[in-house]
Every structure is written in structure tokens, then in C-alpha cells.
Design a protein around this ligand. Structure first.
Ligand code: ADP
Ligand code: MG
Length: 245
């Protein structure tokens, strides 16, 4: 038994073969303790999304291993991996990815339906209330603001009570104010509910909501900061962006 919700050991991910192959991750070893909120930062193309996809069991490393809640993902069949993701992992993306023809409550209920459960209306309404959208249950995505849509996506990710929540630039498409609302919700999920949050972001202010910031450069961990201010994080990022190749 370990206190790490996720552990990556020497994870590499190469795309393609031969002379045109790209090494998106190059020997990444990281552990994410239960109940912590980590931000992942780095220049465009540094492997942030690939790291999240591998950690979430949405993509498979070329080499190395990933453990999620004590389960080794390497070698699991697609079916087992899908079941494990459904039970233990939530994912929110920059583009919300809500189904446009479904209402907020139907979108939120979807993961339960996919898991073969019959969603209870009270359960779905409660999830929407928690993200401050109790009065928007019957609205469709096009009838909501970006911030509201992202909060529906968050409710959808949380309806299965996942141990781990991954966000790939979840505030990237939001204005400052609604972005802060989403970050405060994420912070509360780590503090109040003991969930493990891993979030990719470009925004030093967003990253300052995290306990820890991990910096990636060229598919490698380039260092990390703990409990850092937005200013410290911005200064570190500026150093990375101008680093010679
Ligand atoms: P980031 O999220 O930090 O911008 P990514 O993880 O998306 O970076 O990509 C890291 C590198 O891997 C980039 O060079 C990217 O072009 C490459 N890459 C990512 N996904 C694929 C893919 N499916 N096929 C080929 N190359 C990919
Ligand atoms: Mg990315």
C-alpha cells in the first residue's frame, strides 16, 4: 500500500518509427500523492498532454510503467483499462467536449450510463449543484457560457467519484473570473474530498492553485516547485521558454 495515487517509472512515449519518430516523453519518473493538486507546465510540445494521457491510461507508454491506485497499467487489456478508467479517473479538457444535443443533466449522467448504471436524478442534480449549476440542469451546451460548460464537464468528470482527476488546460478557454471559479473547485476537490488532481496549464496564476508545479522540457522533467507564487512560477517558465535548444 502506498500513498501515491499515480506513479510513473521511467515512462517514455515515442510516436512513429525510424528517422521521423518523435520522443514525446523521455524517461519520466513522477509520483502524485493522494489528495494533492499538481500542475504540469512546459513549452508547447514538451509532452504535457502525452504525460496526462499515459498517466490516465488513455495512451500506452512505449516503455516504462504506470501505476494507478496500486494497479499496474502495463499489460492490462483494453477492456480492463477502460473499466479501470471508468471507475477511477475523471478527465476534463480545454474544449469541454460536452455532447451538444444533450442537456447539462444528460451530459453529467453519461458516465453512469456508460458504466451500465441507471443514474438517479437526485445524484445528477447534486453534482450540478456542487459546481454551482443547480438551476441549469435542462440547458444545452449552446445555451451556456464557457465557464458554465466547463463546470458541467467537471460535474460529469466527478459523477463517478474518481480518485484521480486529470485536466488538460481546463481553464485555457475561460476568462479570468470563470477560470478562477473552476480552479477553486479543483482545489476543494483535493482539500475537501481527498481527490488527486493533475492539471496541465500555461497560466502561472492557475498553477499557483496547485501544491506543486512540475516542469517538462523536451519530454523530460526539468524540475519542480512546491507552494510557489504565480510570480515565482512565471519567472521559472520564462527561464524555460528562453532556454537554448
Ligand atoms: P504538449 O501538450 O506539451 O504541447 P504533446 O504531449 O501534445 O505536447 O506532444 C509532445 C510531442 O509529441 C510533440 O512533438 C507532438 O508533436 C508529438 N505528438 C503528440 N501526439 C502525437 C501523435 N499522436 N502522433 C505523433 N506525434 C505526436
Ligand atoms: Mg498539450
Amino acid at each position: 500500500m502506498t500513498d501515491d495515487a499515480i506513479r510513473l517509472r521511467s515512462v517514455s512515449r515515442r510516436f512513429g518509427a525510424g528517422g521521423t519518430s518523435v520522443t514525446a516523453l523521455d524517461g519520466v519518473s513522477l509520483a502524485f500523492a493522494r489528495g494533492t493538486f499538481t500542475a504540469v507546465m512546459g513549452p508547447s510540445g514538451s509532452g504535457k498532454s502525452t504525460l496526462l494521457q499515459c498517466a490516465a491510461g488513455l495512451d500506452r507508454p512505449t516503455s516504462g510503467s504506470v501505476t494507478l491506485g496500486g494497479t499496474e497499467l502495463t499489460g492490462l487489456s483494453e477492456t480492463r483499462l477502460t473499466l479501470l478508467r471508468r471507475e477511477r479517473v475523471g478527465f476534463v479538457f480545454q474544449a469541454f467536449n460536452l455532447l451538444p444535443s444533450l442537456t447539462a443533466e444528460q451530459n453529467v449522467a453519461l458516465p453512469l450510463r456508460l458504466a451500465g448504471r441507471r443514474p438517479k436524478r437526485t445524484e445528477v442534480r447534486e453534482a450540478l449543484r456542487r459546481v454551482g449549476l443547480g438551476d441549469r440542469a435542462r440547458h444545452r451546451p449552446a445555451e451556456m457560457s464557457g465557464g458554465q460548460q466547463q463546470r458541467v464537464a467537471l460535474a460529469r468528470a466527478l459523477i463517478t467519484r474518481p480518485e484521480v482527476l486529470f485536466g488538460d488546460e481546463p481553464t485555457g478557454a475561460l476568462d479570468t473570473h470563470t477560470g478562477r471559479q473552476v480552479l477553486t473547485l479543483l482545489r476543494g476537490m483535493a482539500d475537501g474530498e481527498g481527490r488527486t488532481i493533475v492539471m496541465v496549464t500555461h497560466d502561472p496564476v492557475a498553477a499557483s492553485y496547485a501544491d506543486r508545479v512540475v516542469f517538462l522540457v523536451d519530454g523530460r522533467v526539468n524540475g519542480e516547485l512546491a507552494g510557489a507564487s504565480a510570480e515565482d512560477i512565471a519567472a521559472r517558465m520564462a527561464g524555460l521558454e528562453t532556454a537554448p535548444c
